[in-house]
Design a protein around this ligand. Structure first.
Ligand SMILES: Cc1cc2nc3c(=O)[nH]c(=O)nc-3n(C[C@H](O)[C@H](O)[C@H](O)COP(=O)(O)OP(=O)(O)OC[C@H]3O[C@@H](n4cnc5c(N)ncnc54)[C@H](O)[C@@H]3O)c2cc1C
Length: 411
C-alpha cells in the first residue's frame, strides 16, 4: 500500500524498481565484498585525507556500471547523450538511492550522476569541440567533475565572486581561489565561475561566465583538502588558479551569462538534498521502528513506551509532508515554472525533517545509535551539512519572504 496518492508515470516506477535492483547488486554487493576497505575509516583515506586509490577505483566502477545500465546520466541533456529525464525522475531516483543504501552503503552516492560531479543540465551549453574531444569519458563515468562557485569571500552572496578570467587573445587567463568544492581532489574537470565583465559584475547585472577547466591545466592547484565535520578525510577542497589558460572551447553557455547556469545547478542541488533528506529519513525511521520491536527494558518492548514511539510519529508526519512537497515541486519545475518559493520551502523543510528523523532514530537506539556500525551519525552529519550546502536555511527563508512580500502568497 502506498502513502502517496500522486499517480507516478509507469516509466518512473519502472526506473525506480530497476534502480533498486541495480543498487542491491552493484552497490550493496560491492560494499559486502569490500567491507574490510569500505567499513574502515582508517583505510578509506591516505595520509593527506584523500580517498585511497582502491576506494577511488570502486567509486569509478560504480559510476561506470551505472552508466552501462542506463542510470548514471539519466538527467543529462539528451543533446549530450543523456537520458534527458526531468526533476521528478531525479527526485525519485535519489530518494531510492538513499532509502536502499542509507548512509551505510555510501557508494550509492555515485550510482547517479550528482548534478555537480558528473553530466547534468549544467553542461547544456558545452561547445561542440568539448563534446567531441572530452565528453565521452564524463558520460561513461570514467571521469568526473566538480562545480567551483563558492570562494573564501563569497558563499551565500555568490555574485560577489572575485575569480577573474581576463581576455588573452582568443581565450582567457583565469586566476582566483575557490573553496568547499566537492569532489575537486578527484575530478578531471572543474566548472569554474569567473568574472569576465567587471563592470557588469559590480552592478550585479551579469558579467560572470562558466568555463570547463581540466584540473590538470597548468596553474590549477588543489591547495588543501578540507576535513569536514565527522570525516577523517575529505571530498571538499580549497582550489587556487593562477593564470590558467582558457581556450574558447572551454566556455560553457554564453559569455557573461554563467550565473544563470550556476543557479540551474543549485536548483538541482535543492531537489537532490530534498530527496536525500526524505530517503535517509525514511531509512532511519524504518530502522528505529524495527528496533522498538526487539529491544526490551523493564520487562517490556520499548515499542510500548509512548516516550519512545511518539517522536517516531513526529518523524513520520514530517517526512510524509517533505515527501509530498518534493513530489509537488518537481512537477511544478517539470512544467517549466520557476517555483522559487516552493523549492526553497521544500529544501529547507525537508533537510530539517530528515535530520530530525535521524536524530530521533539515534535516540531510539540508545548508545547503539552512536556507534559507527549503525551509520546514523553519518546520516546526521550529511543532513546537518545539507542545511548549508545549496542554499542555507536562512537564505532559503529570505527567498520565501521575498516572494511573499512580492505578492506570491499562494501556499
Ligand atoms: C558539504 C558542503 C559542500 C559544498 N560543496 C560546494 C561545491 O561543490 N561547490 C561550491 O561552489 N560550493 C560548495 N559549498 C559551499 C556552499 O555553497 C556555501 O557554504 C553556502 O553557499 C554558504 O556560504 P558560506 O559557507 O560562505 O556562508 P556565508 O554566506 O558566509 O553565511 C554565514 C551565515 O550567515 C547566514 N547568512 C548569510 N547571508 C544572509 C542573509 N542575507 N540573511 C540571513 N542570513 C544570512 C548564512 O545562512 C549562514 O548561516 C559546499 C558547502 C558544504 C557545507
Amino acid at each position: 500500500m502506498s502513502a502517496i496518492a500522486f499517480e507516478l508515470p509507469e516509466e518512473l516506477t519502472a526506473l525506480c524498481e530497476g534502480l533498486s535492483a541495480f543498487l542491491r547488486t552493484e552497490v550493496v554487493g560491492r560494499h559486502q565484498r569490500h567491507a574490510d576497505l569500505l567499513d574502515s575509516p582508517r583505510r578509506l583515506y591516505d595520509e593527506r585525507g584523500a580517498y585511497s586509490p582502491e576506494v577511488l577505483a570502486l567509486i569509478q566502477e560504480v559510476r561506470m556500471a551505472s552508466a552501462r545500465a542506463g542510470y548514471y546520466a539519466m538527467s543529462a541533456p539528451e543533446s549530450l547523450g543523456g537520458g534527458g529525464l526531468g526533476h521528478l525522475a531525479y527526485f525519485l531516483a535519489w530518494q531510492q538511492v538513499y532509502r536502499v543504501c542509507g548512509a551505510q552503503y555510501w557508494l550509492g552516492h555515485h550510482a547517479i550522476s550528482h548534478w555537480a560531479k558528473g553530466p547534468s543540465p549544467v553542461l547544456l551549453g558545452l561547445t561542440e569541440a568539448f563534446q567531441r574531444n572530452h565528453l565521452a569519458p564524463l558520460m561513461s563515468g570514467e571521469h568526473s567533475m566538480c562545480f567551483a562557485l563558492s570562494e573564501p569571500g563569497a558563499g551565500s552572496d555568490a555574485l560577489a565572486i572575485k575569480t577573474r578570467a581576463e581576455r588573452d587573445g582568443d581565450g582567457w587567463r583565469l586566476s582566483g581561489s575557490k573553496i568547499w568544492t566537492s569532489n575537486s581532489p578527484y575530478a578531471q574537470y572543474a566548472v569554474v565561475f569567473a568574472v569576465t565583465d567587471a563592470e557588469a559584475a559590480a552592478q550585479r547585472k551579469g558579467g560572470i561566465s562558466a568555463f570547463m577547466v581540466p584540473t590538470s591545466s597548468p596553474g590549477f592547484q588543489v591547495e588543501r583538502l578540507i576535513h569536514m565535520f565527522g570525516h577523517a578525510g575529505s571530498d571538499e577542497a580549497l582550489l587556487h588558479m593562477q593564470d590558467v589558460r582558457i581556450e574558447p572551447w572551454q566556455l560553457v553557455g554564453e559569455l557573461n551569462k554563467g550565473f544563470k547556469i550556476s543557479m540551474k545547478g543549485v536548483g538541482l542541488g535543492r531537489v537532490y538534498n530534498t530527496a536525500r533528506a526524505v530517503g535517509l529519513g525514511r531509512w532511519a525511521l524504518e530502522m528505529a521502528v524495527e528496533y522498538t520491536k526487539v529491544r526490551s527494558t523493564f520487562g517490556k518492548k520499548i515499542s510500548e513506551y509512548q516516550g519512545v514511539t511518539f517522536p517516531l510519529a513526529d518523524s513520520a508526519m514530517g517526512l510524509h509532508a517533505a515527501h509530498l512537497m518534493g513530489l509537488n515541486v518537481c512537477q511544478l519545475l517539470d512544467r517549466g515554472q520557476p517555483a522559487l518559493k516552493e523549492l526553497s520551502m521544500t529544501k529547507a523543510f525537508a533537510v530539517e525533517q530528515g535530520r530530525n528523523a535521524v536524530d530521533r532514530a539515534m535516540q531510539t537506539h540508545g548508545a547503539m545509535g552512536f556507534t559507527n556500525e549503525m551509520y546514523l551519525a553519518d546520516a546526521f552529519v550529511a543532513l546537518r551539512r545539507a542545511n548549508v550546502a545549496d542554499g542555507t536555511g536562512e537564505i532559503l527563508r529570505n527567498t520565501i519572504v521575498k516572494q511573499l512580500l512580492a505578492g506570491d502568497t499562494d501556499v
